[in-house]
Design a protein around this ligand. Structure first.
Ligand code: GDR
Length: 320
């Protein structure tokens, strides 16, 4: 039986990747920093199927111990501060976890078992104020937030350990990926839940930032499969993963509210508090390398994704 270690296991991607690996017969060891009941609630369905370890990727001796004790053949580093705007208020902590944390894991792998295959969750935010659109694996990094800067470090240190020490270590540059398990602070879930609350009479309005902001949004379930595929190749390489399509926050609202028979224009209020600086460039993926080499393609389109999220929130709330 293969064993995988997933850091950040109680996040959206940690949950979906765990389910995927369990379905493939893996033993899953999950590292989770937070003991927060609301966060752990997300993985309640799989708690009896995985080995859950409480701790942080900042704890070097814990990482070494985990690799020695459970002997994983694959490590997926999904632990991160993942909300971009709040990285400005936690710039140092973001650097310690999203950047240095990656080096800690790579060092642990190098010292315990250099044969372990390593996946680093890189992000389209490394392109920041991008020099070209769409972006591919060769597009230069121009991050524009402490989050993006830290992810650029995590990406580059992964490449360096691969080249210097011959580790099978890859970075997946993933664009926005969503699901019913998305955290409530991200715009997609804020909209799906907000619309459902309005439909149920529990809220009267939904306050959002820039409705014209555009993103390349895909379904997270597809993206965790790409992570796994990246570790099954004969050669370790980095890949851009995204749909190649962009849609606006406004379009997301339109479809989400319409799913519930509502017109978003009657409920959505633009609130400058949620506006972000440095959002002039379009972040959109050129995932042709992943199509070609991994055979990976998204299976859920934008409209299906929005409706899936609204339906899930509706099912959960209208029956509670
Ligand atoms: P993002 O995701 O920052 O792209 O990072 P988020 O859902 O927060 O924002 C997407 C876009 O929506 C606009 N927006 C709003 N965003 C939020 N959160 N709240 C609002 O009210 C609102 N109104 C408009 C934003 O300006 C932005 O353009 C996600 C995270 O998962 C990262 O960890 C990951 O690296 C990247 O995607 C790829």
């Amino acid at each position: 039986m293969k064993t995988a270690l997933i850091t950040g296991v109680a996040g959206q991607d940690g949950l979906l990747l765990s389910k995927f690996l369990l379905s493939k017969g893996y033993r899953v060891v999950g590292l989770e920093r937070s003991g927060n009941a609301a966060i752990l609630d997300r993985i309640r369905d799989i708690l009896d199927q995985i080995i859950l370890v409480r701790g942080s990727i900042q704890d070097q001796s814990l990482l070494v111990r985990l690799l020695e004790e459970y002997d994983p053949c694959e490590v997926y580093n999904l632990a991160a501060h993942s909300f971009v705007p709040s990285s400005w208020g936690q710039a140092i902590l973001t650097g310690e976890i999203n950047a240095l944390g990656v080096t800690r894991i790579l060092e642990a792998i190098r010292s315990v078992n250099p044969k372990i295959r390593f996946y680093q969750a890189s992000s389209s935010e490394v392109f920041g104020n991008a020099v070209e659109t769409p972006q591919n694996e060769n597009t230069p990094f121009r991050p524009r937030s402490p989050y993006g800067v830290a992810k650029a470090y995590g990406h580059s240190i992964t490449v360096n350990y691969r080249e210097m020490f011959g580790l099978y270590a890859v970075s997946g540059i993933l664009y926005n990926h969503e699901s019913p398990f998305r955290g409530l602070e991200f715009v997609t879930r804020k909209i799906s839940l907000g619309a459902v609350n309005i439909k149920l009479g529990k809220a009267r309005e939904l306050r959002l930032g820039n409705l014209e902001a555009r993103r390349d949004w895909g379904y997270a379930g597809d993206y965790v499969q790409a992570m796994w595929l990246m570790l099954q190749q004969s050669k370790a390489e980095d890949y851009v993963i995204g749909t190649g399509e962009i849609h606006s926050v406004r379009e997301f609202c339109e479809i989400a509210f319409a799913r519930l028979g509502l017109d978003y224009r009657e409920y959505v209020i633009v609130d400058p508090r949620f506006y972000r600086p440095n959002e002039d460039t379009l972040l959109v993926a050129d995932a042709s390398k992943a199509h070609r080499q991994l055979g990976w393609r998204p299976s859920v389109n934008f409209c299906e994704l929005v409706e899936m999220m609204v339906d899930a929130d509706w099912m959960a709330l209208s029956h509670s």
